[in-house]
Design a protein around this ligand. Structure first.
Ligand code: NAI
Ligand code: MG
Length: 366
């Protein structure tokens, strides 16, 4: 059966990089008979501008009926003209929660071609190959009570609640251990068990799940502040890092530095599998709408294209095709293809479109 992919290009460079990811997926439809149908829908500020709603009913219906979302980026310079209620409807957090995509995979893999280029010697760590499993639908971004309250004496107090249930921790842990079995069999669980109650529970539940179900996987616990240091100092020591929503957000951006450019990092957010093993899924580059370079055709499309590779792996369940696409990206970089964010002085700089062309040429050649 054909898989329905709901394409939400979003704002800023979102549409620019998403167009290229769709073009690459079209290559797989045409040349490898991968059964995908991509349909673009309005979302967020683009939808507000066109239809005065941030989440049109048509978009939501397509998301609920579809097999996966391919997302660009959200965030226009000024959203203050959009009513708060509409902004919430069109927020990425709302969508993640509604789809219950609790497992956020963020692979960080050094590209050998960039490890050798001089400006990246210090920034791209050769051999680094790790993946975050960030818990995405609970923790401090969602806990209640929340809000800004005014106390009787006029003092204002901003409140968020950092809360996790054992079930929320256990399913993230299980996902990480299962993933580690397909990689180097090593999990680092990151928390602040020394000072946070939810962190204490996190450590306890991860240890329990490990002992009961995954004793063959090596597990280490690490405090989040130390993890930030180790990511900078020795990123090759990590395989799978499982952590909560907040720490996963911060630490995966830190790890982005290993890779040389934010523009090359993909992600997938996945739900639990249904009876047929199908997961709801949202694929997106980890970067935002990059208003500083939007509209110029110079954004790096590789984060979006590698997110399409994750779609081939997790939604189409075609690991060989996903490997083929990742190899094509590496081979385009080997051949010297560079967008502005990863170019050395004096190197030819490609547009967004031309970078995707280089990947497609590598697919044709492979
Ligand atoms: P950003 O990721 O948009 O940009 C940070 C820096 O990285 C900028 O200098 C940008 O030019 C550069 N950059 C990002 N992607 C690139 C690419 N593909 N190629 C080359 N350079 C690239 O983060 P920023 O500036 O903090 O946020 C801008 C907007 O994006 C805000 O409205 C923010 O809320 C939103 N945002 C949305 C996200 C999402 O949709 N998932 C994630 C992060 C931010
Ligand atoms: Mg972030």
């Amino acid at each position: 059966p054909t898989l329905d992919i709901v394409v939400l290009p979003g704002d800023g460079i979102g549409p620019e990089v998403t167009d290229e990811a769709v073009r690459v997926l079209d290559w797989f439809v045409t040349h490898r008979a991968v059964p995908l149908r991509m349909t673009r829908h309005l979302f967020g500020s683009a939808a507000w501008a066109a239809e005065r709603t941030a989440m049109p009913d048509r978009t939501w219906a397509a998301i609920m009926a579809g097999d996966a979302i391919l997302f660009g980026a959200t965030g226009s310079l000024d959203q203050t003209h959009i009513p708060p209620e509409e902004r919430r409807k069109g927020a990425l957090l709302t969508m993640r929660r509604a789809l219950d995509v609790f497992a956020n995979l963020r692979p960080v893999k050094a590209q050998p071609a960039l490890a050798e280029a001089s400006p990246f010697k210090a920034r791209t760590v050769a051999g680094a190959d790790l993946v975050f499993v960030r818990e995405l639908t609970a923790g401090v971004y969602f806990g209640t009570p929340r809000g800004i309250e005014t106390l009787p004496d006029g003092t204002r107090r901003g409140v968020n609640t950092h809360a996790y249930t054992d079930a929320e921790i256990a399913r993230a842990a299980r996902f990480a251990f299962q993933l580690a079995r397909t990689r180097r069999n090593h999990v680092t669980s990151v928390d602040k068990a020394n000072v946070m109650e939810a962190g204490r529970l996190w450590r306890d539940v991860v240890s329990q799940v490990h002992a009961a179900e995954f004793p063959d996987v090596t597990l280490e616990h690490m405090l989040a502040d130390n993890c930030a240091l180790q990511l900078g100092r020795a990123p090759t020591r990590f395989d799978v890092i499982v952590t909560d929503n907040l720490f996963g957000d911060l630490l995966s951006d830190c790890a982005g530095a290993i890779n040389g450019s934010l523009g090359m990092l993909p992600s997938a957010a996945l739900s639990a599998p249904d009876a047929d093993g199908r997961r709801r899924a949202l694929y997106e580059p980890i970067h935002g709408s990059a208003p500083d370079i939007a509209g110029k055709g110079i954004a790096n499309p590789l984060g979006a294209i590698l997110s399409a590779a994750m779609l081939l792996r997790w939604t189409a369940r075609l690991p060989a095709e996903a490997d083929r696409l990742e190899a094509a990206v590496a081979s385009a970089l080997d051949a010297g293809a560079r967008t502005a964010d990863i170019a050395m002085p004096g190197e030819a700089v490609l547009s967004t479109r031309a970078m995707a062309d280089a990947v497609i040429a590598a697919l044709d050649a492979g």
